[in-house]
Design a protein around this ligand. Structure first.
Ligand code: NAI
Ligand code: MG
Length: 398
């Protein structure tokens, strides 16, 4: 097979560190690829006034597949202050390049698997009958709509007159907010479209079908948020009845789901939600399987662009360590999702098996797995470094 071309986007802080480790594992596992490095992140904001230069977008457009580390975002005033002298005061405004990527390529499907590894000391445990301790193994894959909902950016404080008047046409707005001075109003809109909602639902059902999950759970709040959550639930029922009658369709409200999370997380398989609730549910489930060091993700557009990244950020505090200590597994797992997408089954299996073996054996554990507070000292106290963890995974490849 021809060499694959992968756009590698290291980004900032620990993003660059973990990306390098993932590439080492991919190479060692025999994935035949050329990595073309793309510019993204803080350095390019400072030097060019754009953290996501057009040349990077062009690269991704051309090669379709990107492996992304993480970026640093800072509040507007700090961002402006850090711009290179010659760019200051020229009207540059910072916006997150990862959000920019999602919007530019319409990466509307976000997949976040949360699967516990046997032997991970960070696994969730609970009390069972008779004071026993149980460790339910979680295997949940969250499908989060990635471009709409409360994250669409359609919002106002002190809305303009025409917007205000439009809201005033709604009886509930008039009744409950009609007397609030307009300058004291902040409005964020929750937008769901039929098309994007259908796409995320179809992706969730198709995944459940392909990977043998017995149920798809819609995690929204249709009893209260009747229009948007209601749309998702209605479409889910139609899709299940017409296309996937063998897959059970469940409905949980986001608030109740946060409670069920610690009661019976093993009962859920594929979960699907809008942007906001998907974000919440995926972080919550990630907490049960070890947190940010283990949380991987993939984002897909309708025209074949896919970006794979850990859910964690750039953790700048940990970026300058002489010996990096952060856990590379979330990034390595994200690379495995890329392999899944590319149909590289054997290579993917061998990496996943090795990660599972290293975790189960427990000889090599990064600081987070040892419940240590992050500092350079953790290495002296027995934690494995980032590179040692990667080495162990590479040694275990079969
Ligand atoms: P963060 O995810 O970078 O770090 C939070 C904490 O989680 C760290 O201090 C560390 O204790 C732990 N952690 C994160 N990754 C870990 C790993 N691989 N292994 C072990 N422990 C790990 O989130 P934070 O501190 O809120 O944000 C830092 C920067 O990252 C900000 O500028 C933020 O805007 C950005 N960010 C970027 C994201 C992206 O690129 N997709 C996502 C989230 C935040
Ligand atoms: Mg989040």
């Amino acid at each position: 097979m021809a060499k694959r071309i992968i756009v590698a986007l290291p980004g900032d802080g620990i993003g660059a560190i973990v990306l390098q480790q993932a590439v080492r594992v991919l190479d060692a596992a025999g994935f035949d690829a050329e990595y073309i490095y793309g510019d993204i992140g803080w350095e390019f904001w400072r030097k060019e006034g754009n953290p996501l230069p057009q040349r990077t977008l062009d690269l991704i457009e051309k090669h379709k597949i990107a492996l992304f580390g993480a970026i640093t975002s800072k509040p507007n005033d700090e961002a402006k202050a850090e711009l290179a002298g010659e760019l200051q005061g020229k009207g540059f405004t910072y916006s997150s390049p990862i959000v920019g990527l999602r919007q530019h390529f319409n990466l509307d499907i976000c997949v976040r698997p949360c699967k516990s590894y046997k032997g991970n000391p960070l696994n969730f445990i609970r009390r069972g009958r008779g004071n026993t301790i149980e460790e339910p193994l979680v295997d949940v894959v969250i499908f989060r709509q990635n471009t709409e909902c409360l994250y669409s950016g359609v919002e106002w404080t002190n809305p303009p007159e025409n917007v205000y008047q439009a809201f005033m046409t709604h009886p509930k707005f008039r009744q409950n907010f009609g007397k609030v001075p307009v300058e004291e109003l902040s409005l964020s809109t929750r937008i769901f479209t039929w098309k994007a909602t259908t796409r995320i639902l179809l992706a969730a059902f198709e995944y459940a079908h392909n990977y043998g999950y017995k149920s798809v759970t819609v995690c929204e709040k249709p009893n209260v948020i009747r229009e948007t959550s209601g749309l998702m639930w209605k479409l889910a029922k139609e899709i299940q009845q017409s296309k996937y009658p063998d897959i059970k369709l469940l409905n949980t409200n986001i608030d109740a789901q946060m409670m069920w999370l610690t009661k019976n997380p093993e009962d859920y398989g594929v979960l699907v939600a809008g942007n906001m609730f998907g974000d919440i549910a995926s972080d919550a489930f990630a907490g049960l399987i070890g947190g940010l060091g283990f949380a991987c993700s993939a984002q897909f557009s309708s025209d074949g662009i896919a970006v794979f990244e850990p859910t964690h950020g750039s953790a700048p505090r940990y970026a300058g360590y002489e010996v990096p200590i952060i856990n590379p597994i979330a990034m390595i797992e994200s690379a495995c999702m890329m392999l899944d997408h590319l149909g590289e089954k054997k290579i993917c299996q061998s990496i996943r098996r090795s990660v599972a073996d290293v975790i189960r054996e427990g000889r090599v554990r990064t600081y987070d797995m040892m419940k240590m507070k992050g500092s350079p000292d953790v290495i002296n106290n027995g934690a494995a470094s980032t590179v040692q963890m990667t080495n162990a995974i590479i040694e275990g490849l079969k």
